[in-house]
Write a protein of this length. Structure first.
Lengths: 393, 195
């Protein structure tokens, strides 16, 4: 860089710093339970926008309306949100990915993929506590103000930079400003992790629960190498960093509580397990689903083994890579030998036997499928296959 | 002066949109046998407006949100069921077509593709064998909701041929539009064939 250009860049940077000082930095109101923003403030505007979004969300076809499940998740949210319980409204959304989010007006979203992946109340409590932490610390409002301020300063900076004939500085300034916003977001996530951890432990939940959940999520993340994100423009800290932080926080507690409430959690989730597994498989993120369902199978009681074994087979069948059909066939054979096998396991077992040339056994399995699934949607195709196998009674 | 400029801009925008109609898309489809892209043929029961892309056609009567018929003459091996992405070793995940799938597997592939496009409550009914010219294939009906909650119903037809999978999907809101046209569109899908 030549000396005049360097001087110009320095001058622009100095001006930028001066302008940054002019950015709005309104004080946050004291966030007492039950309080709403003061009318006419920017926070009031933000809440108004969120309330409109919430009205839309209430009509969403993805909203899970089951009263018992909603009551259970709501009760757990109240436990970890403590004094802010009545400020929060929890919406369970039928989306098979791990996610939860918090809006500044108290609208909390929990996706069914998170409910499938958590093992017990302690793990879900950590997630809900994290989201309630965002609300308590007014993170959305801070982030919004930061965005507005950055945008205002950036506009002024770019005007000056282009005027001074250093367009490169304008571009670098933009990148730096946006990187700053993402860092701010990551810092908020770290703070919410701490708040969630403290809230869950204060309610008697095992402090290792958050680490257990994050360790599984990290393994799942590693199955999708093609989705690896950058560091500078990430909204959340790296999973391994979060895992290390909560592990060290848990290790620092002298005599921690150990509540998990696994049975209560399973009882609340069990009615939805089959539907969520079908949705998990529908994502067609094969390696990820094999890991998630495999881990669930390893952790599940006997009564869930047939269902989970079948859906492991379904994931292999849908992936259909080298060796997958054989693995699926083995899993279907194991599923139908277990109590509580879903009826579709007999159909898949039948087709696997047909592919192996075991025609008589295949016909028996397919016939059992049709006899049990009297309303089978694919009856015509299965019957045609049965006829080809010479299996019509 | 500002008003005059705005008028001028509006006129230019209108001319551009008309020019777009005169170009590639927006041609009238008349009742009777019609090419549906590649070697795919279909007998239309009514008039449609056809928009052609390089690998598929989109037909509509009242606008894309109110009724649309996608006609895809060829989904190739390892291609996303609605075209575009291809399956690779690095990116193995997705609803990718493979030759030789069972009818219910093809149905699931189409439904998972619809789910991946952001729709909700996707359900299929009445999967059944069908003949398209001299080829075996499948038909089924489905329902779904768009992200805003508007309910749609639809029907799908598919059959394999030497170069891949031919696919037709009709979609319209459950209220009024689907019931109005379902019978005629269903007859149309039965006429799908290769030249």
């Amino acid at each position: 860089m030549t000396r005049p250009v360097l001087l110009r860049v320095t001058a622009v940077a100095a001006l930028c710093i001066a302008l940054a000082g002019c950015a709005t930095s309104q004080p946050l109101r004291e966030h007492r339970p039950g309080d709403a923003p003061v009318a006419g403030t920017d926070e009031d505007e933000l809440w108004y926008a969120m309330q409109r979004a919430e009205a839309e969300l209430q009509r969403s076809p993805q909203r899970v309306r089951d009263p018992a499940l909603n009551a259970y998740v709501r009760e757990l949210t109240c436990k970890v949100a403590a004094e802010h319980c009545r400020d929060l409204r929890v919406y369970i959304m039928d989306v098979p990915e791990f996610n939860a989010s918090m809006a500044p007006n108290g609208m909390m979203l929990v996706w069914t993929g998170a409910l499938l992946r958590a093992r017990d109340e302690a793990e879900l409590g950590f997630v809900l506590g994290h989201e309630a932490g965002h609300f308590r610390a007014q993170h959305s409002l801070r982030q919004w103000r930061r965005l507005k301020d950055t945008s205002a300063v950036l506009s002024a900076f770019q005007l000056v930079a282009y005027g001074a004939g250093v367009p490169d500085a304008a571009l670098l300034g933009a990148l730096g400003a946006y990187a700053g916003i993402f860092k701010f977001s990551r810092d908020q996530e770290r703070e919410a992790d701490t708040l969630g951890f403290e809230a869950a432990v204060a309610r008697g939940y095992d402090p290792d629960a958050g680490a257990d959940l994050w360790a599984r999520l990290k393994r799942e993340e590693e199955t999708r190498k093609y989705e690896r994100r950058g560091v500078v423009f990430a909204t959340h800290p790296a999973t391994e960093e979060r895992l290390a932080d909560i592990r060290s926080a848990a290790a620092a507690l002298p005599s921690p509580p150990r509540d998990r409430n696994r049975d209560a959690y399973r009882a609340a989730m069990r009615p939805f397990l089959e539907g969520w597994l079908a949705e998990e498989v529908s994502r067609r993120r094969y390696a990820s689903s094999l890991l998630v369902i495999g881990d669930l199978l390893a952790d599940s009681p006997q009564e869930d083994h047939a269902l989970l074994t079948f859906y492991l087979g379904e994931t292999h069948r849908r992936r259909n890579a080298a060796g997958d059909r054989a693995k699926a066939a083995d899993l279907y054979a194991r599923a139908v030998a277990l109590p509580g096998a879903p009826v579709a396991a007999w159909r898949e077992h039948g087709f696997a036997l047909r592919d192996a040339g075991r025609k008589a056994e295949a016909a028996t399995a397919l016939r059992r499928y049709l006899d049990t699934a009297t309303q089978a949607e694919d009856r015509a195709f299965v019957q045609r296959e049965l006829d080809r196998l010479g299996g019509t009674p | 002066m500002i008003v005059r400029r705005l008028r001028m801009l509006a006129l230019v925008a209108l001319m551009l949109s008309l020019a777009a109609c005169a170009g590639g898309g927006g041609r009238l489809v008349k009742p009777g046998p019609n090419p549906a892209g590649g070697k795919l043929m279909i007998d239309s029961e009514m008039e449609w407006t056809r928009m052609s892309a390089s690998r598929y056609q989109l037909w509509t009567m009242d606008g894309e949100l109110l009724n649309r018929l996608y006609l895809i003459p060829r989904v190739r091996e390892r291609e996303f069921i609605f075209l575009g992405q291809r399956q690779t070793k690095r990116r193995p995940d997705g609803a990718f077509y493979h030759r030789g799938l069972r009818a219910d597997e093809l149905r699931d592939l189409i439904l998972d593709g619809l789910r991946a496009s952001g729709t909700a409550d996707v359900e299929a009914t009445n999967l059944r064998p069908a003949r398209f010219g001299n080829r075996d294939g499948l038909r089924f009906e489905f329902s779904l909701a768009n992200p805003e909650g508007l309910r749609y119903r639809g029907m799908a037809a598919a059959f394999e041929h030497e170069k891949g999978l031919a696919l037709a999907i009709f979609l319209a809101p459950s209220e009024h539009y689907y019931p109005r046209d379902a019978e005629k569109v269903s007859k149309m899908l039965d006429t799908l064939r290769l030249r």
